[in-house]
Ligand binder design. Structure first.
Ligand code: GLU
Length: 449
């Protein structure tokens, strides 16, 4: 049965290992969206019982990543390692009630594992995402809940903590389906109401295999350090296994909260698509307040040595305005900006071959340079007009000059509108570069090899 909305209590229960995989954070996001959409509570439980991997540093990284993504949580986080005596007590109670036993039956000495007596009847449950799931009783076996060294096993700790935290919906990866059969029996043995379970589809690569670091960036920190925006990554991950039922993809957070629904989570694997993430990031880049964009862009240009205190601020401003809409992901800024700030910008060898190394191009560029040198007004329309007159009789084929000019002044095959770009670059840079372009076209100067 659906819980009354205000009673919804979900949790994100990671086992920190140092880096946070996007699959794990996607689980956190789905729980967060579910809680926020139902006016419920989103809790965090750090499953830190593996003391070797769950170092303070790994835990710090976990919370840092959550904060970066805006995954705020309610109540203090629960640390599983602090609940060990409670877990052991529960195991002892189960023994006292005949529902668990020590591995060496009847022996009371230390050093014995504790096993849960798994009832041998079929277990079935209705998964919120996968529907009816069942496991036949004859395939079920007793299982260890406390190891012989006295440490509680995941199954016991996980269930006891979920009960103690009053969790109503356990939403986690579908690698846990097998565990859930056991967990259901533990809940029942402990006399606790069953939460609802929802198992999220795996994230896979283009071959349908689990997405891993071999396929590309797989950890949240990598996306952050590359320069993806947290809201874009959040939006993108929300759509890995869920969709709003219409064709919306770019969905700011409030929209996601309003639309999110476990019933629309797919049960089939969700394919990771980095191109889509890049597109999504571009949407959020376009939304960035201009002041924020400018500040971060200048920081990056300075770090790259393209801009310093002496660079004309109005020029920087004009360049940023021109290229802003093309910066989909921060690292692209440098490639898009480099030729505005340096004369030794790189030349795309293919563009040079295709556009500059052609008969007649050198002469055309010379003719254009003369036209541009004599312009009384350095405006887009004047630049456009002068280019057309340099074409002479060949007005039909403006491309025969437009493309070479672009390659000459930027080194690249694509970019902002040519005349806007020339206008921003200014006369001195353009004349120098056309002259150099003409030499490249004539074969007297070699670049881009
Ligand atoms: N620590 C487990 C994991 O990260 C928790 C699973 C759960 O959410 O119950 O896979």
């Amino acid at each position: 049965m659906e819980q009354p909305s205000s009673s919804v209590r979900v949790r994100f229960a990671p086992s920190p290992t140092g880096q946070v995989h996007i699959g794990n954070i996607r689980t956190a996001i789905f729980n967060w969206l579910f809680a926020r959409g139902h006016g419920g509570k989103f809790l965090v439980r750090v499953e830190d019982t593996d003391r070797e991997r769950s170092t303070p540093e790994a835990i710090r990284v976990l919370f840092e990543v959550m904060e970066w993504l805006g995954l705020d949580f309610d109540e203090d986080p629960v640390y599983q390692s602090a609940c060990v005596s409670r877990h052991k007590q529960v195991a002892e109670d189960l023994i006292a009630r005949g529902l668990a036993y020590k591995s060496d039956k009847g022996a009371s000495g230390m050093g014995e594992a504790i096993l849960f007596r798994m009832p041998k009847e079929d277990v079935r449950f209705t998964d919120l995402i996968k529907g009816e799931i069942a496991k036949p009783g004859d395939s079920l076996q007793d299982f260890v809940i406390v190891r012989s060294d006295g440490t509680p096993v995941f199954h016991l700790a996980n269930v006891v903590d979920d009960i103690d935290m009053g969790i109503t919906h356990v939403i986690r990866g579908d690698d846990h389906v097998e565990n859930t059969f056991r967990h259901i029996r533990l809940y029942q043995a402990l006399g606790a109401p069953l939460p609802q379970f929802g198992h999220l589809p795996m994230i896979v690569n283009h071959q349908g295999k689990p997405y891993s670091k071999r396929d590309g960036a797989a950890f949240v920190g990598e996306f952050r350090d590359t320069g993806y925006l947290p809201d874009a990554l959040f939006n993108f991950l929300s759509l890995l296994g869920w969709n709003p039922g219409d064709d919306r993809e770019y969905m700011p957070r409030e929209e996601l909260v309003a639309a999110f629904d476990l019933a629309r989570v797919q049960s089939s694997p969700a394919q990771m698509d980095l191109k889509k993430l890049s597109w999504m990031n571009g949407c959020y880049m376009a939304d960035l307040p201009i002041a924020l964009f400018r500040e971060e862009a200048i920081r990056r240009l300075q770090a790259e040595g393209l801009v310093d205190a002496a660079t004309d601020a109005a020029y920087v401003e004009a360049v940023l305005e021109l290229i802003r809409s093309r910066v989909k992901v921060w690292p692209e800024l440098i490639e898009l900006a480099v030729y505005f700030f340096r004369e030794d910008y790189p030349f795309d060898a293919k563009a040079v071959r295709k556009r500059l190394l052609k008969p007649g191009v050198s002469e055309l560029l010379d003719r254009l340079r003369e036209g541009y040198a004599g312009l009384s007004e350095w405006s887009e329309s004047a630049l456009d007009e002068a280019l057309r007159s340099a074409l002479g009789a060949d007005q039909e084929n403006a491309g025969t000059l437009i493309h070479p000019v672009r390659v000459a002044v930027s080194g690249q095959a694509g970019g902002p509108g040519l005349f806007e770009m020339l206008q921003v670059l200014g006369r001195d840079r353009v004349l120098t570069r056309l002259e150099r372009g003409s030499r490249i076209a004539a074969g007297t100067l070699t670049v881009g090899e």
